[in-house]
Design a binder for this molecule. Structure first.
Ligand code: AMP
Ligand code: MG
Length: 290
């Protein structure tokens, strides 16, 4: 059932996409690369992504079952999606995360904080949205905004945002120790491809709702954003909560890669099916006789 046979590389995708430890510059990552992709390219990618569905579905059901039967001991998964506008956080949710039964998914999109959220510590709203036992949490943006947009736009002074990297590492270590597997994905789109995607949105009236004039202002700050991303990828790339950079100029690769990472991390949980807490033979007889 495993897709291993058809995989081009012997190394798991998580190793190929893991941000190396040490100094990070976004220039080191090629947004149009396709590491580990086992097929031809665009032509067979949707099929390959869809083909991961049955295995992901089976593995996720085991996770969900563990959450229902042994909540205190059940693992959790948390997928963190970060990326510039148009990098495809929504597309990944639609095409890769959708392979999971929605009943097992807790999806949260983090927007600019509300007045109430701002009156609390920045991790307050994050803690409230963490996945429960046996669940797969999806963060569309995350606590990383508090060292990305917040840093670039100077929404708080440097002496407030700079200690956050260590604080985030502690927070994530605590989650990992409590049984949460973190899959932190930076969807890496190039400056040029973002221009194409913004232009496309303007050409197509069905995409106007996705266009935000403010995205062009953020685009003007691209180098500052890349610096902020590099800092987050460098400082918060722990073994307990590693970062993966997903080349995202090719949507087909991006969707396949996130689905495959999800499959790999679900499989690594090594979950079986919960044993019945009743006598199966007795129940068979009771059902037959009923
Ligand atoms: P979108 O995901 O395109 O709907 O936009 C959400 C917006 O919320 C983006 O412009 C983010 O930068 C912004 N945002 C998310 N989290 C924060 C935060 N902690 N502080 C400030 N802005 C944020
Ligand atoms: Mg947007």
């Amino acid at each position: 059932m495993s897709a291993d046979k058809s995989r081009k590389s012997e190394r798991p995708l998580s190793e190929l996409l893991r941000v190396p430890t040490g100094p990070v510059s976004m220039a080191d990552f090629d947004p149009s690369a396709t590491p580990g992709y086992p097929g031809e390219g665009k032509a067979d990618a949707d099929g390959r992504t869809a083909a991961l569905g049955p295995e992901i579905s089976d593995l996720q059901e085991r996770l969900y079952a563990a959450g229902r039967t042994t909540p205190d001991a059940a693992p959790r998964l948390l997928v963190v999606l970060q990326g510039m506008d148009t990098s495809g956080k929504g597309g990944v949710i639609r095409h890769a995360i959708s392979l999971i039964d929605p009943q097992g998914v807790d999806l949260t999109s983090f927007k600019a904080p509300t007045k109430e959220e701002l009156s609390h510590h920045y991790l307050w709203r994050i803690r409230k949205a963490l996945p429960g036992p046996g669940k797969v949490g999806i963060f569309d943006r995350s606590h990383y905004e508090d060292v990305l947009v917040v840093r670039v736009m100077s929404l708080v002074p440097e002496d407030v945002w700079s200690p956050r990297y260590d604080e985030i590492n502690e927070f994530e270590a605590e989650l990992a120790a409590g049984g949460t597997t973190l899959i932190k994905c930076m969807l890496n789109v190039s400056f040029e491809e973002q221009r194409n995607r913004l232009a496309e949105r303007l050409e197509d009236p069905s995409k106007h709702w996705k266009y935000n004039p403010g995205d062009v202002d953020a685009r003007k700050l691209w180098p500052a954003y890349m610096e902020a991303y590099a800092a987050a990828l460098e400082k918060c790339n722990t073994d307990a909560a590693p970062w993966y950079v997903i080349p995202s100029d090719r949507k087909w690769y991006r969707n396949w890669a996130v689905a495959e990472l999800l499959r790999e991390k679900l499989a690594a949980l090594g979950l079986g099916w919960p044993a019945a807490d009743f006598d199966v033979e007795v129940e068979k007889r009771r059902v037959t006789d009923s």
